[in-house]
Ligand binder design. Structure first.
Ligand code: NEZ
Ligand code: ZN
Length: 374
């Protein structure tokens, strides 16, 4: 069996009506410990880090993108280079997004029809006709272990009929992706849409659950809605998804969002925050966030985070890291990205251990207190 989700134990200590879950998602490129965080490697690289550094953070699975790689260098080139694994050298599991979200979120014209979404390449202006089948074909060339279905995401806030129209189209497109005769060693994940409307979310989740996907993502969130709204929708959606399949909350989130969502039954996460914020000099630590450019760090010889064993925290001071950002040295963004990814993996490792011990609620409360959250 190329793919298998092994649900090891659950923890109901948070009493949110759906338990936190500890599991292992087995893939052809190795196991992924859940709950787990997947670093974003949009262009086939986690920006500023070597793959050995990414592995060193504790990451098991990384993300690639159909939209970007499909445009440049083009999926045929990636295929000729042996696929994303051979090209990047990453030997672990890879998940690729379908490209739809990038089309809808990158401002610019796009034309939606039942057939596809047509958009102009932001690189050379060429018209691209992205059908569910073409998205699957690109992801097949990329050779990812998990391919996301092509979905239609509407920007929030949106009228209920627009959300319903996009949700129903996403169901029809998901069916077309499932029917696409791809490779046996590539899993397909469904993506549940429905905006912030519980009724639409439940309907969509049930229709997707009735189709035989290897995993289920909750999409259409982390698009600017208030975190409590994200939690409310997640909590309404996960109970409708198959218990024995992995659940992936797309684009989430801050460390607190990861824990609040684990408590509501989510197994996998991705987010650009640790790397994007790292590149901008914003570090996540047990004592809360640090803006390294702040003058108060200028002569600070202490490490970024005394509890962290990453290269940035064991080899350098806050004063040096600040200096790198002030003079614009490329090592600065790399080191803070490395630290943030290490930090995210440590938060998730703690979550996995807490669920195993049945004390996830206590773990979340402790982290909230450390982070200065009510
Ligand atoms: C490389 C890569 C980058 C980013 C992503 C996830 C991108 C992403 C979202 N990010 C925030 N919210 C999101 C919602 C959706 C969504 O509803 N559908 C899809 N297909 N992707 C989403 C996947 C892969
Ligand atoms: Zn560190």
């Amino acid at each position: 069996m190329a793919f298998r989700f092994e649900l090891q134990c659950t923890d109901t200590s948070t009493a949110l009506g759906t338990p936190a879950r500890r599991g292992v998602f087995h893939t052809p490129h190795g196991p992924v410990q859940t709950p787990g965080f997947m670093p974003v490697g949009t262009q086939g690289t986690v920006k500023g880090l070597t793959i050995d550094q990414v592995a060193g953070t504790g990451a098991h699975m990384i993300l690639g993108n159909t939209y970007h790689l499909g445009l440049r260098p083009g999926h045929e080139v990636v295929k000729t280079l042996g696929g994303l694994h051979a090209m990047s050298g990453w030997e672990g599991p890879i998940l690729t997004d379908s490209g739809g979200f990038q089309v809808f979120s990158l401002d610019g014209i796009n034309k939606i029809s039942e057939h596809s979404v047509i958009f102009r390449s932001h690189i050379d202006g060429a018209l691209i006709d992205l059908t569910p089948e073409y998205s699957m074909q690109i992801q097949e060339s990329l050779g990812s272990d998990v391919a996301m279905v092509l979905d239609h995401v509407v920007a929030l806030p949106a009228e209920k009929d627009a959300v319903q129209d996009a949700m129903e189209r996403s169901i029809r497109w998901a069916k077309r992706c499932l029917e696409y005769a791809g490779r046996a060693d590539q899993a397909k994940f469904a993506i549940v849409q429905g905006g912030l409307d519980v009724e639409l979310r439940v309907q969509c989740a049930r229709e997707m659950a009735a189709m035989n996907f290897e995993g289920y993502a909750v999409g259409g969130l982390s698009v600017g809605e208030p975190p409590p709204e994200m939690y409310r929708i997640t909590q309404a959606t996960t109970p409708e998804l198959p218990q024995q399949k992995p659940r992936y909350l797309m684009g989430v989130g801050r460390p607190i969002d990861l824990l609040e969502s684990v408590a509501r039954g989510i197994d996998l996460f991705d987010c650009v925050m640790p790397t994007r914020n790292g590149r901008n000099g914003y570090a996540f630590t047990d004592a809360g966030p640090i803006k390294i450019r702040n003058a108060k760090h200028k002569t600070d010889t202490s490490p970024l985070d005394p509890n962290c064993d990453c290269l940035a925290c064991t080899r350098h001071s806050r004063g040096y890291l600040r200096h790198l950002f002030i003079v614009g040295e490329m090592l600065g963004p790399s080191l803070l990205s490395l630290h943030n990814l290490t930090y995210y993996q440590k938060v998730m490792q703690g979550a996995r251990e807490a669920i195993e011990q049945g004390c996830f609620a206590q773990y979340m409360a402790t982290k909230k207190q450390q982070w200065g959250i009510e």
